[in-house]
Design a protein around this ligand. Sequence first.
Ligand code: BGC
Length: 256
Amino acid sequence: MNVLGIDIGGSGIKGAPVDTKTGELCAERHRIETPQPATPRAVVDTVAKIVEHFEWKGAIGVGIPAAVQEGVVRTAANIDKGWIGTDAIEALSKATGIDKIAVLNDADAAGYAEMHFGAGRKKSGVVIIVTLGTGIGTGFFVNGHLVPNTELGHIEIDGMDAETWAADSVRKRKQLSWKKWAKRVDTYLNYLQRYFWPDLFVIGGGVSKKSDKFLPRLTVPTPVVAAELLNEAGIVGAALAYTHQAARSKQTLSLG
Ligand code: BGC
């Protein structure tokens, strides 16, 4: 099944049709700058432009940097606060005319993609995907099953919200050396390690392309690997989320 995967990020909104069996993009991805402020109206209109670009009429899966329950956005750390309480499925459906829509947290989406087609493939136990970008996102998997909306980028370290101290945007803004920033990432991962004892960390986000600059400096005892789908994980995972949702609702129907 082909699903249009869309990744709403702090700087860009990207989309491409995805073959959910193989995880491959069926066309070159299309990117539009994230409107500022990233209000629900402005963002859903941008998503509609991506849908139009591909002349898409089928299902879509959308990843958004927020906790999402049943399509309703619950938090807004790096997007406009107007998102809180917004029914994203309803808003997207109005803007695009499409009614087959799944919406989930962006790091959960990236995690799905890595668990199916990337660094987490065939990994059992507890796997935590950590996306380092504008903020810090986490996708938490137990034997391949997602525990949604973990929001571990917001754990407190020395009284600070971890993402305001260790996100990749902080490295860039403060012009931290790789060594200094790697130390922060290491401290952060050590916290997660002590609380959750994962079997594997997968580091995603744009910076995973430069993993050779910081992975070798980490001392956390848990194995840490770089994500494999790089820029595409959010798109691929959002598309996969739609197929998961569709499979779940079929199951509920047959159970009911
Ligand atoms: C948000 C998360 C998101 C992460 C990465 C955080 O600020 O709270 O929902 O997954 O940024 O975008």
